[in-house]
Write a protein that binds this ligand. Structure first.
Ligand code: ZN
Length: 385
């Protein structure tokens, strides 16, 4: 079986986040088993129809190279696809289908590399970690890491196959997402100043977020290579108020911090809340208004692997001469792998472009799949040395 034909098979599983991925995982398990490779599953404790898979080939108890991919894809609802999204369509040297780039192409290449590695005299193991629900905040892989981090020797190198056009991704920002619940007092709007207005509190929070964003852009630490080279804070959703003639008693604000590796999200959050507290305390009407309740809804760490590290040298030696390093403007499971095994270098490298991911008519160039296959073949050779 080729990587391309396996990619076609994988695209046909509509493994949208929060939906079952077990069909896809069983297919991969079947291929691995035929090659004599055992695999273990680490399912969602609440729902076994969504699961991680881990497999290793080669010697045990030795640090290996871990290939990491997510099996979930983003939904296709409302997108103007010109071909069936869950059916691989070949056209002009490309394979179209949801997940072609993000990131079933890499998953297919990684599974085929495992099968090839099983026939070789490996001196270090090759390992495969497939996760579920990555797209909704790296949710699934945490269940796998809890099992692996104590049992598995820290990998020698971890390659996360998010689409980088086969460049060497050395870093991404970390993310922390928050929900702020602002509480006020319902009352007749004819007497508005007598009551605490939750929407007004929310707007003070938004203003504080924007103040801190301005400071970060002017004086915050910079990490070149990103589209925006400093940490960002952004409000994405606001829900509040029931009717124009009722002072709103509740307003919910969702916001996120995406931080470069020198910044700590807790510190940025503290600055936002201090700005807000100052604003409220200075309010002439309701300085006693309660500050919002803040809940952390999701977070993952940043990733920053030095470009002059031996890991970059190793991955570079498996790729065509002159392959560039890059930083990526999306998150990945890489930061979590790094948190589990501090000494393991983590790099991002996979076929396809993030530019076409999450959109209608997502595709991967066949030449990218071939480039990934070549990198995998060179990796397996390295593992035999
Ligand atoms: Zn992805």
């Amino acid at each position: 079986m080729s990587s391309t034909s396996l990619l076609e098979t994988l695209i046909a599983f509509p493994s949208v986040s929060l939906k079952p991925n077990i069909g896809l995982i069983h297919k991969v398990q079947e291929i691995l088993t035929e090659a004599g490779i055992e695999s273990t599953l680490a399912p969602d404790p609440q729902d076994a129809s969504r699961t991680n898979l881990f497999a290793t080939v080669g010697p045990q108890g030795v640090p290996g190279v871990l290939l990491s991919g997510h099996t979930d894809v983003v939904p296709v609802d409302g997108q103007p696809w010109t071909s069936p999204p869950f059916e691989a369509t070949h056209k002009d040297g490309r394979i179209y289908g949801r997940g072609a780039a993000d990131m079933k192409g890499f998953v297919a290449c990684a599974v085929i590399a495992m099968v090839a590695a099983a026939r070789r005299p490996l001196r270090r193991p090759l390992q495969l970690a497939l996760s579920f629900d990555e797209e909704i905040g790296c949710v699934g892989v945490r269940h796998l890491l809890r099992r692996l981090e104590n049992d598995l020797p820290a990998p020698y190198l971890c390659i996360v196959g998010e689409p980088t056009l086969m460049r060497i991704g050395t870093g991404h920002k970390g993310k922390s997402a928050y929900r702020a619940v602002c509480c006020g007092q319902a009352g007749h709007s004819g007497l508005a100043p007598r009551f605490i207005n939750a929407v007004h509190m929310a707007s003070d929070l938004v203003a504080s977020v924007r103040e801190v964003q301005r400071e970060l852009s002017e004086t915050g630490p910079r990490e070149e290579g990103y589209g925006v080279p400093y940490s960002t804070v952004h409000v994405g959703v606001i829900h509040g108020g029931r009717a124009l003639n009722i002072v709103p008693s509740e307003c919910e604000v969702s916001f996120e911090i995406r931080h470069v590796s020198q910044d700590q999200p807790e510190e940025i959050l503290a600055r936002v809340l201090q700005r807000l507290a100052d604003r409220v305390a200075a309010d002439a009407v309701h300085p006693e208004a309660p500050l919002p309740d803040i809940q952390l809804t999701n977070s993952y760490p940043s990733l920053s692997t030095p470009e002059d590290s031996p890991a970059v040298g190793l991955l570079g030696s498996l790729l065509p001469p002159g392959t560039r390093c890059t930083k990526v403007d999306f998150g990945s499971e890489g930061g979590l792998f790094k948190r589990s095994w501090r000494e393991t270098p983590v790099l991002i490298c996979g076929p396809g472009s993030i530019e076409v991911a999450h959109k209608a008519d997502e595709y991967v160039e066949l030449s990218q799949i071939e480039a990934c296959d070549r990198m995998m073949a060179a990796l397996v050779d390295f593992l035999c040395q």
